[in-house]
Design a protein around this ligand. Structure first.
Ligand SMILES: Cc1cc2nc3c(=O)[nH]c(=O)nc-3n(C[C@H](O)[C@H](O)[C@H](O)COP(=O)(O)OP(=O)(O)OC[C@H]3O[C@@H](n4cnc5c(N)ncnc54)[C@H](O)[C@@H]3O)c2cc1C
Length: 470
């Protein structure tokens, strides 16, 4: 449907102020682009972008759009890795970036934050209160708290070790598609038992509501002890993860790895000698230094039983800083020096090694591209296999980028079906909507569609993501 853009712009300016409503092409193009590797197409480009100040303005925009059945796409920072961040149909993009208010209430045991604050900024603000924010995406400097709660992602092995962020969300302020403002949850640190709206809305990926404010527990900041282990092969790290779960060894908060190809890249980038084989790095948490030391020793003893080339507790903070950042640097290398097509496989833990072997074969034998390389690094302790197809060039035709993305997505999601996983990060619709249908069947799809219809009868919120449009 075509809209009178001048009129739309004027109406939206009345709702959020003219300095916060845009219909110009350059702004629209900036919000059409996200981390999806292929170029923007005409249907991605928004009609307008609004930057509301608070829930009242969000409510006014949604009420306006809902009455006219105009799609609205919620934008946190647009860093989604499965295409959630790009509008799938011409829409009003609602950018939460101006909603930044934070109130910390130590005496109540929680903080309240508006959706648009960046994770990195929030973590800094919580530091004087010795509070842990249990959300650690690699995009932390720019990803928003609203986007992260909307996806319910913790990253690393945090959910295996602590919980998902949603488990610490006490309540939400959200705006429904109708424009109604809903407050959920409790001001107590005791979460409600039974049927309660917060748990439906956390992780709802902008399909059911716009989250405007989050009330979250202040989690006491733990101490950390760090361990590095060098193995002759990635397979030995996979064996170690499987043994950790089998033997009931306490899971580290962070348990990352670099495979044989990534390890020399990452280590060289931070000025460390390239290691032989693959590297695992782990952080153990506890309330006290003595607790950390004891936990780290238990883990080190366990690691040594797995026969690594070498394993040690790293007490020197500067050295640990280098080892830890080698993981991000390996990522930067593959992202910057070529084209990277990622995947996320979360197999049943006893089948981790089988799933990894199959993922490697899939990536090395793609139909849509030949001669690509295989890299793997990331949150193995969770367990998560991030299997990357790396093409050492950025000069790839758009059609090939799209074909490789979709082939990698489809074939690696088939591994999630085969090996029992369902994506621990990044969210489950947009590029992953087809996977949900295949894994759970039509009754599940109908259930989600019905839920969406109840909250959003005109399907204005993030239209296309549940449908799997590209
Ligand atoms: C380098 C890099 C590393 C990353 N590392 C990780 C990682 O380790 N783990 C991981 O899980 N992800 C990771 N990501 C993906 C992404 O950064 C996270 O999922 C992040 O939480 C998304 O936040 P965002 O603010 O960018 O949300 P967006 O991408 O803007 O939005 C994500 C989804 O949430 C919806 N949404 C956003 N804000 C709201 C709101 N206020 N109310 C309702 N819906 C909303 C959007 O409509 C969209 O559907 C990474 C991305 C990059 C680029």
């Amino acid at each position: 449907m075509q809209y009178d853009l001048k009129r739309l712009g004027r109406d939206l300016a009345d709702l959020v102020g003219k300095e916060n409503a845009f219909t110009d092409r350059p702004t629209a193009m900036a919000y059409a682009k996200d981390t999806m590797p292929w170029d923007v197409e005409a249907h991605h480009v928004p009609y307008a972008v609004v930057r509301p100040a608070d829930s009242r303005e969000v409510s006014a925009v949604l009420r306006y759009a809902n009455q006219r059945a105009i799609p609205v796409h919620t934008h946190g920072s647009g860093t989604s890795l499965v295409g959630l961040g790009r509008p799938k149909t011409n829409a009003i993009v609602l950018d939460t970036g101006r909603m930044q208010k934070l109130e910390i209430f130590p005496e109540r045991g929680y903080f309240e934050v508006e959706a648009g604050m960046h994770i990195g900024k929030l973590r800094k603000a919580l530091a004087p209160h010795k509070a842990l924010l249990p959300i650690f995406p690699g995009s932390e400097p720019v990803a928003t708290i609203g986007g992260s709660v909307a996806v319910n992602t913790s990253a690393h092995a945090v959910d295996a070790s602590l919980c998902k962020p949603g488990d610490y969300v006490l309540g939400l302020e959200v705006v429904l598609a109708s424009g109604e403002i809903l407050n959920t949850g409790t001001e107590s640190t005791r979460k409600p038992a039974g049927i309660e709206a917060t748990k439906f809305l956390v992780g709802s990926e902008g399909l059911l509501c716009v989250i405007t404010k989050i009330r979250m527990r202040l989690i006491p900041l733990p101490r950390m002890a760090n361990i590095v282990a060098y193995f002759s092969s990635t397979e030995e790290i996979l064996d170690t993860v499987m043994a950790m779960y089998r033997e009931g060894i306490p899971t580290p908060l962070f348990f990352e790895y670099l495979d044989e190809k990534s390890a020399p890249v990452g280590f060289s980038a931070v000025g460390l000698d390239p290691p032989q084989g693959a590297v695992a790095m782990m952080s153990m948490h506890s309330a006290t230094a003595a607790g950390c030391e004891a936990r780290a020793q238990v883990f080190l003893d366990f690691l040594k039983r797995q026969k690594p080339l070498e394993a040690e507790i790293v007490a020197d903070a500067a050295r640990w800083g280098k080892i830890w950042s080698s993981r991000a640097e390996a990522g930067n290398y593959v992202y910057r020096l070529g084209s990277t097509f990622g995947s996320e496989i979360t197999p049943r833990v006893d089948r981790l090694k089988e799933a990894f072997a199959e993922a490697r074969q899939i990536i090395l034998n793609l139909d849509s591209v030949k001669g690509n390389e295989f890299y793997s690094f990331g949150h193995i302790g969770a367990p998560t296999i991030h299997a990357y197809a790396f093409i050492p060039s950025k000069e790839i035709p758009n059609a090939v980028k799209k074909a490789v993305t979709l082939e990698v997505r489809e074939k690696t999601e088939a591994l999630n079906i085969k090996y029992g996983g369902c994506g621990g990060e990044w969210g489950l619709t947009a590029q992953r909507a087809g996977f949900l249908g295949k894994k759970y069947g039509p009754a599940y799809t109908a259930f989600l569609t019905g839920l969406k219809k109840t909250f959003d009868p005109n399907n204005i919120l993030n239209r296309g993501n549940l449908e799997g449009w590209l």
